[in-house]
Write a protein that binds this ligand. Structure first.
Ligand SMILES: O=c1ccn([C@@H]2O[C@H](COP(=O)(O)O)[C@@H](O)[C@H]2O)c(=O)[nH]1
Length: 239
């Protein structure tokens, strides 16, 4: 796969107009992420815009609820014909299994290909200290992220969202067929902001990530096209 196809850019903007402007500004981006901000403000309209331009879509709604509710949401989301969809692993085994079944059902009903359902292991904005002190989780962070990924795998999910700092371990244990998508990516020249467990794009790919989610270093730059080109160039030197 061309290196630029491994980069997913989030449309973390407040409205549909800003989202379309960003898509127009970055014509070489093939894979876009629609998340909570845009979907809550503007609904699914952006999905049709992206599809009409033959873009791939990661619908990152991070479902987290009881099994019956996540199943209903996943059934509806699968009907949009997106490529990737997220649920929090901490929704638990019953919810993950119900979500997986609902994705197949929703896609079948809509006559579209089912999205790959992937589980959030632990948000990349959480540090080891916050996991222990705020969330009261008594495991070491890498052990916890691995446990969440393995649970998702056992429940039939296609992959996981993890920080690049855990991706090598997850790749080794979950195997090559398990999709690993990494946000928290920061080129050496970019600000980390709220991301706590980051690596550079090249480091993340070398560690085994399938896809990199890279937002503000590109979209918050004065020249998004230049930032995109710099990242693609960094990755091309690996190929
Ligand atoms: O653990 C997670 C899960 C999802 N995200 C999302 O990825 C992007 C990252 O954007 P940046 O601007 O590159 O920080 C954003 O849409 C998050 O909702 C994450 O960061 N961490």
């Amino acid at each position: 796969m061309n290196t630029h196809k491994k980069i997913i850019v989030p449309l973390d903007v407040p409205d549909l107009q800003s989202a379309i402007a960003l898509v127009d500004r970055l014509p070489l981006v093939d894979f876009w992420k629609v998340g909570l901000e845009l979907f809550t403000s503007s609904g699914p309209a952006i999905l049709e815009v992206l599809k009409s331009r033959q873009k791939r879509i990661f619908l990152d709604l991070k479902f987290h609820d009881i099994p019956n509710t996540v199943a209903g949401a996943c059934c509806a989301a699968a009907g949009y014909g997106v490529d990737l969809l997220t649920i929090h692993a901490t929704a638990g085994q019953d919810a993950l299994k119900a979500a997986w079944s609902a994705v197949q059902e929703g896609a079948l009903q809509a006559g579209v290909k089912p999205p790959q359902l992937i589980a959030i292991t632990l948000l990349t904005s959480i540090s080891s200290r916050q996991l222990a002190i705020d969330l009261k989780v008594p495991l070491e962070l890498p052990e916890y992220a691995l446990a969440m990924a393995l649970m998702a795998q056992e429940c039939g999910l296609s992959g996981a969202v993890c920080s690049p700092q855990e991706v090598a371990q997850l790749r080794q244990i979950c195997g090559d067929d398990f999709l690993l998508v990494c946000p928290g990516i920061r080129p050496s020249w970019a600000r980390k902001a709220d991301q706590k467990r980051s690596l550079t794009p090249a480091e993340a790919i070398l560690a085994g990530a399938d896809y990199l989610v890279i937002g503000r270093p590109i979209t918050g730059s004065d020249d998004p096209q230049l930032a995109w080109n710099q990242i693609v160039e960094e990755l091309t030197t690996l190929a």
